[in-house]
Design a binder for this molecule. Structure first.
Ligand code: AHG
Ligand code: MN
Ligand code: MN
Ligand code: MN
Length: 328
């Protein structure tokens, strides 16, 4: 059954989630509760981010994460907040986070779900007041409920996601997610502390005039990608790159465009992480009529082998991705 897509702009997130749930008569409400837990954690992060310059949470911690990136204080704070919310919620048995080496067991072996999360995306933008985000991906576990969760629960592959979304802490804060029934966006009304439906059934324009990549790396990109980018420039397309995947993705989702993170010398296999960056964005893109590929296959068809595996990512308007694929 399709959910009631007629829900008007102005509907609260809670009401929307209930309505989606009612499309599944046997749903227990646990996924709904999990989405609410994530929304609550994101409001707490939103508050911390808004006060960042005032409460000494800018800058680095001096520690590195498992991928050798310097952790920022807000990376660590966001990680703690999300893990706490997911542990307290009780629906999740295991989590993989960008900021943790291994699977985190939540202590809720009866939880039916597992979550992959990038608690804070765009950490190079934290200290300079530029948009940052959070990305999440949810699976129903494959190991028996009550047992100890396993790697296999998190390495199911992108097509098994039951929900995925992101929060963009931008000029306004917006939560965008899908449960496989289209994509909807909810803007945080700060005065109410509520997410309100503002972008119903988001569809990515078939084409667009924006291309987004880190131009500083262009000389290291494969020749064919350089050729493609030259075509973009010759056409006088608009170059836009924020350096926060969430913000770059969201802009292109709404306006139409293509995002590229090809291989570079530093990251020969690509930089972005499959489980908590590429899979959720690919799920959202496809649900909105866009496409996501690594140049060889659809991102969602890739079989994951490692929790922190990295990947090349091309994502955006379907006609632009198709065109890219014919040139590479
Ligand atoms: P994170 O801050 O979660 O580690 O992610 C960083 C990612 C992504 O947000 C962004 O699009 C990309 O790195 C930017 O990379 P470059 O600085 O290499 O362009
Ligand atoms: Mn990082
Ligand atoms: Mn990220
Ligand atoms: Mn991150």
């Amino acid at each position: 059954t399709q959910p009631d897509l007629a829900l008007p702009v102005g509907t609260t997130l809670d009401r929307f989630i209930l309505s989606e749930q009612s499309a599944f008569p046997f749903a227990t409400g646990e996924l709904s509760q999990l989405l609410r837990d994530i929304a609550l954690a994101s409001k707490i992060i939103n508050r911390e981010i808004n006060r960042a310059g005032l409460i000494d949470v800018t800058g680095a911690t001096g520690t590195d994460n498992v991928q050798g990136e310097s952790q920022q204080k807000l990376d660590v704070i966001a990680n703690i907040r999300f893990i706490r919310a997911l542990k307290n919620g009780g629906e999740v048995c295991a989590i993989i986070s960008e900021e943790e080496d291994d699977i985190i067991l939540t202590g809720n072996p009866n939880g039916k779900y597992v979550v992959a999360i990038d608690p804070l995306d765009g950490s190079s933008n934290i200290d300079v007041n530029v948009s940052i985000g959070t990305i999440f991906s949810i699976y129903r576990r494959v190991s028996p409920v009550g047992s100890v969760p396993t790697l296999a629960d998190l390495l199911q592959g992108g097509r098994q996601q039951v929900a995925a979304g992101y929060v963009l802490y931008g000029s306004s804060t917006i939560l965008v997610f899908t449960t496989g029934q289209g994509v909807n966006g909810f803007t945080l009304d700060q005065s109410l502390g509520e997410y309100i439906l503002s972008h119903t059934d988001i569809k990515q324009p078939r084409t667009g005039s924006i291309f987004s990549c880190n131009e500083g790396n262009v000389a290291e990109y494969p020749d064919k990608i350089q050729t493609y980018l030259n075509t973009c420039r010759q056409r006088r397309m608009t170059g836009r790159y924020i350096g926060s995947l969430v913000a770059d993705f969201h802009r292109n989702l709404i306006k139409g465009g293509i995002y590229l993170y090809p291989s570079t010398r530093k990251s020969p296999g690509g930089k972005l992480r499959l489980l908590y960056e590429c899979f959720p964005m690919a799920f959202i893109a496809e649900q909105a009529g866009g496409k996501a590929t690594d140049g060889r296959q659809a991102i969602l068809d890739i079989t994951p082998t490692d929790l922190h595996q990295r990947l090349v990512l091309y994502v955006g308007s379907p006609d632009l991705i198709d065109e890219l694929l014919t040139t590479i």
